[in-house]
Design a protein around this ligand. Structure first.
Ligand code: SAH
Ligand code: SF4
Length: 390
């Protein structure tokens, strides 16, 4: 059997340089190719018209060039939109595009945020989450993580109705690597789609480094937030990486009693161990931790749940995002009434820690991770041709 070709979308600049040197091509071709792939978001080798036919042929024989295929898009152009993609093995994944919004995870005002998936399904089985309902199918490759960004950017480029919201990237921003001016849509990433990113650590890091690189996606590390349900050893490992990625912890309970009830991962890495790993991250990276806390009626929203949450956040200098639960068909959990969500937020804030109630976008489009995929999988029992690559 022949080895599968590596994907150009997972290719580091240095690896491409090695190939070009072996083919006796000038070094400046490297950036020309990467510009086509990442800045111009080419859809295939044939679009790279300033490369010789011979070089395009060599590239095509050496590298795979395949972006996720759009199956379905939900949501209005100017609000949260959800994209369902089909991968080469017909697996389905989701990405969510969130329009400009005062920063939820970073500092200052964001422009457009993309929520990325890292696995097909999830092995961690949090009781309230649609992504884990069918278990884990497989990890995404780095090219499939990078590919979500490129496929959305391509869709955006081709969609006339979206052109009005294009903003040229400010080249002078301190966190923005210098790069050829391009009209990019996405400048903020949250790794909060389907899957547990830290369970696919190597592919995640390879993808994020490409998305962060000046020759790649050019998205500043501080504009990239990785969300985890609490894999303590991988949090420790991440704290030793050179990049300043932001970390979000899906806490959802500030006692072992609550977390044990809704998140099986807590039995493996109980709160004390998770908090110690977060401390290490904090020590290495400074103030960069956010707690995600999904409000589930009758589970974690009682007055007595506020104090341990605030105390843990204070200890770890974390800010708290409170998110009313997005109901998932077939699961028994419900979101508290708005007034109850507001009361809980006020209670937590009263302890003097930053807590924001996230009036979440996309409730109407199955925006909670994994929901759209499950619905579409239930509808199509056999794979159908993709609705066309953007
Ligand atoms: N596996 C990682 C990242 C993906 S989940 C993690 O758990 O952090 C992204 C976030 O969505 C998590 O905080 C998760 O708990 C939350 N989430 C899952 N299902 C939800 C739902 N139905 N309503 C609201 N948030 C949900
Ligand atoms: Fe997996 Fe995160 Fe969903 Fe838990 S919340 S099942 S870790 S995707």
């Amino acid at each position: 059997m022949t080895e599968p070709r590596p994907s150009i979308h997972a290719c580091h600049r240095n690896d491409l340089a090695t190939h070009l040197a072996a083919w006796d091509e000038s070094a400046w071709r490297i950036d020309q190719i990467l510009d086509w792939v990442h800045a111009k978001r080419a859809g295939g080798w044939d679009e790279m018209t300033n490369l010789s036919r011979k070089l395009r042929q060599q590239l095509a024989e050496t590298f795979e060039f395949q972006l996720p295929a759009l199956v379905q898009r939900q949501g209005a152009i100017d609000s949260t939109q959800k994209f369902l993609w089909r991968l080469r093995d017909d697996a389905l994944i989701e990405s969510v595009l969130i329009p400009a919004n005062p920063a939820l995870y970073g500092e200052g005002a964001d422009r457009t945020t993309l929520c990325l998936s890292t696995q097909v399904g999830c092995a961690y089985g949090c009781r309230f989450c649609a992504s884990g309902l069918d278990g884990l199918k497989r990890n995404l490759g780095p090219e499939e993580i990078v590919g979500q960004v490129l496929a959305i950017e391509r869709w955006h480029k081709a969609e006339p109705a979206t052109q009005a919201v294009v903003v040229p990237a400010p080249e002078s921003a301190p966190d923005k690597p210098a790069r050829a001016a391009s009209m990019r849509l996405i400048d903020n990433l949250v790794v909060m789609g389907m899957g547990e990113p830290l369970a696919n650590y190597d592919n995640l890091l390879r993808a994020l480094r490409i998305l962060n690189a000046p020759w790649g996606g050019g998205i500043g590390a501080r504009k990239i937030t990785i969300s985890t349900s609490g894999l303590a050893p991988q949090i420790r490992r991440l704290s030793k990486e050179p990049e300043q990625f932001r970390l979000a912890i899906s806490l959802h309970g500030a006692t072992d009693e609550v977390r044990d009830r809704i998140m099986p991962v807590n039995r493996r890495y109980p709160l004390a161990e998770l908090a110690a790993a977060c401390s290490e991250y904090l020590e290495q990276k400074g103030k960069m931790i956010t707690f995600e806390y999904v409000l589930l009626a009758g589970v974690n929203d009682a007055p007595e749940h506020a104090r341990p949450l605030a105390e843990l956040a204070r200890r770890l200098h974390a800010k708290i995002n409170l998110i009313p639960y997005n109901t998932v068909e077939g699961l028994p959990w419900t979101r508290p009434a708005d007034a109850a969500c507001q009361a809980f937020t006020a209670r937590v804030s009263a302890f003097g820690v930053p807590a924001t109630l996230r009036l979440e976008k996309g409730h109407d489009i199955d925006a909670a991770c994994g929901q759209l995929r499950l619905k579409v999988e239930a509808k199509i029992s056999s794979p159908q041709p993709a609705a066309g690559n953007p």
